[in-house]
Design a protein around this ligand. Sequence first.
Ligand SMILES: [Zn+2]
Length: 245
Amino acid sequence: MSTSRNGSSAAWDTQIMPYADRIVASADRLVAGGAVLSHSQHGNISIRLPGGDRFLLTAVGALAEMTVDHLALFDVDGTMIEGSIDPTGNEIIQMHAAIYRRRSDVGSVIHTHSPYVTAWAIANEPIPAAYEALIRFDITEPVPVADYGPRGSERSVTNILKVVNDTNKAVLLANHGVLVFDDSIEKATHLVYILEEAAQFSLLAKLVGGPKDLPAEAIEQARARAAEFASRGTVRAGQPVPAAD
Ligand SMILES: [Zn+2]
């Protein structure tokens, strides 16, 4: 394996490469969204590998011009297996690793400073589950706020885990940004967009009477759908996807 400028591996083996490519596609999609990222395009993206105990993570501070050479491979305990990482990236490894350890259903974790979402995080205010698109992605409860802790510190990770339950898919990091997680990287990437919309619309709704709760039956339907999906278990790469009823 050759080594690139930044010291990371220049190519991943054929088993890992498709996952590296999916991270690059996710970064490109978020960068293409323009306003879904903060001006610095700061963010980090990870994907869990088959077998469940390793993940690939972007090893640079910004998502622009991402390539497979900008990734590093970690164990879910946060130990680096291969590659190298910027000092700024080093702070965020445990944030991703902790989610993978806590939630076996999670296949991808994304961290951004999406502007409207981060406004709620800075206000230490949960984003209400009031935007209909959220429940289509099975977000039926307010997106909680993890109390502030210095980036990547043990306190920050402990605070994140306090508000991660068995089903939620996003956590606001107080005075900082957001963590989004889902079973696939494509869904997590899309969820970054949906959450930014929800944050923007709910903020605007405060000017015209405030966000209102969705009807209870809409929430119940979404929860039933999520429970049915969960009962089928996680579909791993290489396994057939169960047919919908
Ligand atoms: Zn950050």
